[in-house]
Design a protein around this ligand. Sequence first.
Ligand code: NOJ
Length: 543
Amino acid sequence: MEKKWWHKSVVYQIYPRSFMDSNQDGIGDLNGIIEKLDYLKLLGIDVIWLSPVYKSPNDDNGYDISDYCDIMEEFGTMEDMDRLISEANDKGIKIVMDLVVNHTSDEHPWFIESRKSKDNPYREYYVWRDPVQNAEPNGLQSVFSGSAWEFDEETGQYFLHLFSKRQPDLNWENPKVHEEVYNMMNFWLDKGIGGFRMDVIDLIGKLPDQEITGNGPKLHQYLQEMNAKTFGNHDVLTVGETWGATPEIAKLYSDPERNELSMVFQFEHISLDQQEGKEKWDLKPLNLLDLKAVFNKWQTQLDGKAWNSLFWNNHDLPRIVSRWGNDQEYRKESAKMLATILHLMQGTPYIYQGEEIGMTNVRFDKITDYDDIETRNMYHDRISKGYSHEEIMESIYTKGRDNARTPMQWSESEHGGFTSGTPWLSLNPNFKEINVAESIKDQSSIFHHYRKLIELRKQFPVIVYGSFDMLAEDDENVFAYSRELEDEKLLIVANFTSNKTTFQFTEQYEDATILLTNYEASGVQLDSINLRPYEAIVYKIKL
Ligand code: NOJ
């Protein structure tokens, strides 16, 4: 496979609202990000994926865009944005923009026009249907609860919204929509950005009348066209958000021969702690064997054919240390263990803000303390369906999106140094112990472990391009694998539990050194090793 710069890059996702507030209005902003570029440089990342900063009424915190070529007032101005791109570029950091083109805000001028009349020139920019027997055209459901169809009195038709009713879906069957989107993408590419993260891109080929939403028949045709008309002749990173992707589907998107995207986010691993066929709120404990099987499948099936993205976290997911680690007694050990096993696989790692200091899930008392539209809608929907308050809150504590969205914890000072105003969402009260200032000072912190993992990726091509072999597939406690490239081999052995365990090697290794661990002294002898809770060891073997 042809080598690409993003094969060896590490991406850091910023959720601007919660990153750093420079003007004390309680909301993070672009100048706040500029202030923190040196921090990101110290961590060693190469790319920032910036969650949406465009003009938006914020029904879904910027994922409802009312002007793609303007900046949200609370975040700053286009001059600030240009400065962010150029100052980041000067430091060797590329900015990847979030491309949200499955839907717009209902305040986008196209939709304002579209809803005016059936013969408005913008009518066909969105998906409008007549009622069927005085009701919704069909049973399509919104991801944010309830029907995906909203009735509009003005013209007596329903419009489609797969997310909130303030996020009407664009009609990709209309070629004019393609043209508008491509012009907008070129506007951003001309500014020197490093690429696009594409929001729910698997939905743009939908066929609403057949109730097909993901992976519609024309999806790949649209992406090839988008590639040809926009980023195809720029050396950029593109990553699609594709919830239902299997390795087969991922290869359609990211086989370099097909000229679509660099890679996709697949969510198979992330869905393993929900009951089969149910919603993410319907919890079940993770089985480590399932997790290993999923990674094994993706690592081996994409090798040499397409490219993996590697992530535990984003702005929609709970904090990994609370989810599959231990955010109490073994917070540091488990956060480092999880980082180690993820970062040393093949693919481009993504770090979500705060993950690098081991930020944890939050537990607010009341539903009104939560901001997230998905969480609030689900709460009211489930209350009306007879679920108990306690049961719903447990789901929110485990899976709610605000777990990821509490402001970044920079220091132990008021509001964690995020703002001296009133933060738009309360901080996690643990900011006094868990914060950036403390993490930088402490050489054994989670932060410095992430920094070393990033350094290792730059140093060892085996991490970027080596083959992958899962070891001890049936071990219920240990996550272990090897990577191999020419005369270099790495062995990664990790205890995924809070109990001690042992691990038996099946091969003999002569020349082994330890590259990285999360405990002070770990065993070098490679026959049988005793692993402490969440212990992770990376061995380098000379072949
Ligand atoms: C996926 C985004 O990651 C999420 O935050 C958003 O709510 C939906 N797409 C709708 O844009």
